[in-house]
Design a protein around this ligand. Structure first.
Ligand SMILES: [Zn+2]
Length: 191
């Protein structure tokens, strides 16, 4: 059985991104060279054109992904994640990304080519717009109640050796009072 017919069986001959049934073909979810049932998805002519021509892409076409993100097929979720990630400036794609549940291996796969495709990695900035990096020291600019921690992290407290939260530009992690916390960048400044 060819990969395309395996995909047709899996998807009941519907585009695995938007459910259309016209001009279906296999699309390889990179990286990889040989299409297999595990690394490919069945897409319609419209999705295929959008996937191959970023310039003419219509962001609203991808609103169909609000159902796609619940797919049980890893390759489908990975492609949906990448599309939403690329469109996240529109607002609604970020909401879908936030709702998505990805296994760690799926997330790795999804993110593997984001940088290769010329995509700029998420940039973390402090309250002044200064870019933050792993290992930086930051200072809290307001008192923060630590939920579950039973203490208040005081304004002016230094947080050393921060680590950036990979998929969220607004969060970093660091230790306050010996506890590892997720902190919002808008309440920090680089020291
Ligand atoms: Zn489609």
């Amino acid at each position: 059985m060819s990969v395309t017919s395996e995909l047709e069986a899996r998807s009941q001959s519907q585009c695995e991104l938007c459910k259309a049934t016209e001009s279906l073909s296999a699309f390889l979810v990179s990286p990889g060279e040989n299409e297999t049932i595990d690394n490919s998805i069945l897409v319609c002519g419209k999705c295929d054109a959008q996937l191959n021509e970023n310039e003419t892409a219509d962001p609203n076409h991808w609103r169909c992904l609000n159902g796609t993100i619940w797919s049980e097929v890893s390759a489908v979720k990975v492609q949906a994640y990448r599309l939403l990630h690329g469109l996240r400036a529109e607002g609604w794609p970020q909401d879908l990304l936030d709702m998505m549940y990805m296994e760690e291996s799926e997330l790795k796969w999804a993110q593997a080519t984001l940088l290769q495709d010329g995509e700029v990695a998420i940039v973390h900035k402090d309250s002044n717009g200064v870019t933050l990096a792993n290992g930086d020291t930051v200072v809290l600019i307001k008192d923060l109640d630590v939920k579950g921690g039973g203490f208040t992290a005081k304004r002016g407290a230094a947080v050393r050796n921060i680590s950036l939260v990979a998929d969220n530009a607004e969060q970093i992690e660091g230790k306050v009072n010996g506890q590892q916390l997720v902190l919002l960048t808008k309440f920090l400044k680089k020291s």
